[in-house]
Design a protein around this ligand. Structure first.
Ligand SMILES: [Zn+2]
Ligand SMILES: [Zn+2]
Length: 168
């Protein structure tokens, strides 16, 4: 399975990969998923061949079916890859382009781009497209935590300490 941090700017993605991720030692790469209720924190870090410029990353995300699928299905190994995303609005989309609501472009109102299905809450057509970049790293250190357990995990603890507990 892939874990895919998303970027809209290809230059930014490439320089982050070559400056940081490229130098990571694969067995040391860590994925940490810390559940805090409705959200989870995705934390990414590793030991680097260039420790002086090493970085770790985190992002707070809402729970999703993608997340649940990954949690159940990863079997202890995943690829870290970057993805480029682009948005298409109603005017740019073709008739069969799928909206985030699951219905295609043609099933949206021509005037205000809202979904024509009455039981669908979609107010405005919006489509995301993701292209995966080729470079990847294999990650085998994958841990799911509850927030009360972060103190036992150095990477998660450092992240929560710096970005949550010191900012009250
Ligand atoms: Zn819809
Ligand atoms: Zn829609």
């Amino acid at each position: 399975m892939n874990v895919v941090p998303l970027f809209s700017d290809k230059k930014e993605a490439n320089s982050l990969w070559y400056d940081t991720i490229h130098w990571w030692l694969e067995p040391s790469i860590k994925f940490r998923f810390v559940e805090t209720g409705k959200e989870y924190w995705f934390i990414l870090g590793a030991d680097s061949q260039k420790p002086q410029s090493n970085k770790s990353f985190f992002k707070v995300l809402p729970h999703s079916t993608h997340y649940e699928r990954f949690k159940r299905g990863h079997e202890g190994e995943a690829y870290l890859r970057f993805g480029m995303y682009s948005k298409k609005n109603f005017d740019e989309a073709k008739g069969d382009t799928q909206c985030e609501c699951g219905h295609i472009s043609e099933e949206h109102d021509e005037d205000d781009a809202s979904c024509l299905y009455e039981d669908c809450g979609c107010k405005m057509f919006e489509s995301f497209q993701v292209n995966l970049l080729k470079r990847k790293k294999t990650v085998t250190d994958i841990v799911f935590l509850k927030e009360q357990d972060v103190k036992d995990d150095p990477l998660a603890w450092n992240c929560f300490n710096a970005n949550k507990y010191s900012k009250t």
